[in-house]
Design a binder for this molecule. Structure first.
Ligand code: SME
Length: 160
């Protein structure tokens, strides 16, 4: 049985260290990308507080397609350059958005979402997927969240 539970009062850097270790343990040696994304999405949902959606979009034939996630059903396909996820995928740059209503072209899959963090996953310098975190709180994500999810994306480079 897997028993990965974050301490209730843990510091952010400790949460991301534990999340990375748990994700490493669950994905090491497993070649199936869907299985790995599914477990990582479930763990992000467990570890990251005040998050109403945590998951993956994969780059498939030039557009983003919904992957495994924890949260409500979401938009299935997103064009490159469109919304926060499409911008992260098109630029290869993390998008840290404190107020989604101020982001031109934001795609509102869930009207409750107020802030968002999207991190591209690169393999050999090419975007293969993005990790998307949404929150109903304004400015929920900061540079520590960004660093934590970027470390996770780097680890997943050849596992998804
Ligand atoms: N809000 C995102 C779309 C994905 S959902 O939030 C899960 C965007 O603008 O790219």
């Amino acid at each position: 049985m897997f028993d990965f539970i974050p301490a209730p009062d843990a510091e952010k850097r400790d949460i991301y260290r534990d999340l990375l270790n748990a994700d490493d343990a669950l994905t090491a040696g497993e070649p199936d990308a869907v299985a790995n994304m599914a477990n990582v999405a479930a763990l992000m949902g467990e570890f990251i507080s005040d998050c109403n959606w945590a998951g993956f979009y994969r780059l498939v034939a030039g557009e983003l397609v919904l992957g495994p996630f924890a949260g409500r059903p979401a938009c299935i396909r997103i064009a490159l350059g469109s919304g926060v996820c499409g911008t992260a995928a098109a630029t290869g740059q993390t998008q840290l958005v404190p107020d989604v209503r101020a982001f031109p072209g934001h795609i509102a899959c869930d009207g409750d979402t107020r802030s968002e963090l999207v991190v591209p996953v690169l393999r050999n310098g090419e975007v293969v997927a993005v990790i998307d975190l949404d929150s109903p709180e304004l400015a929920r994500f900061d540079s520590e969240d960004k660093a934590g999810i970027e470390a996770l994306a780097a680890m997943l480079s050849d596992r998804i």
